[in-house]
Design a protein around this ligand. Sequence first.
Ligand code: ACK
Length: 208
Amino acid sequence: KPHEEMSIPLYFGWFLFRPVQEKVSEMSMNFFKTLTTLETFKKHLSDFSDKEGEEVVLEQSFKAKGMLHCTAKFTNYGKAEGAKEYAEKKVVQELYGSVSDLSLSALFITPRTVGARVSLTEAQLQLWPEDAEKEADRAHVTLGHAEGIPAVQTGYDLLEILLLQKAGQPGETVELDSGTLTYYDGGRWYLALKEPVSAAACFSSYYK
Ligand code: ACK
């Protein structure tokens, strides 16, 4: 029945409240500003441009699109694997519309995407799909993606950085007021925030 299929959204997730979205967008602007003034960043600038000497304006390369959110389950209107099961889960239905704080523990940027890492609480992890349990680490808010790059890349970029960290890759570190910034090969930058930022969000779903 087509009607029933339509009732499953594109994705479920935590949607940041508007004032919080503004605060987080400002955070990412400040992150860009800080990066572009750093000597270490300038040294690795070629990661971000194809042409030698080309000016790199991060604010322009990474446009934030749509509502800031942390995806819990991409259901693709019922077409994604496990979509129906997820939508029908008791905990999903019970917590639908509930408000909680997302803890943003790091900011990261690659030549493809910009995002904030989300450290989910035990309660929030109940809403994380079981098939992706091992990947709870990829929880994030996409803050921007380069032209031609889909938003789904942000989670992959975060996972890659975390794998490098687990493998013991030291990277190049810079101490900032806001935390420790690390550069990994391939234009990957990770800022572990000294003070996680709390972002109020509503667990809900999105239909285009
Ligand atoms: O930035 P995101 O987490 O990455 O939020 C968007 C949202 O769904 C709407 O496109 C995410 N998304 C897209 N495709 C997938 C996928 N295959 N697996 C997980 N998340 C996805 C995208």
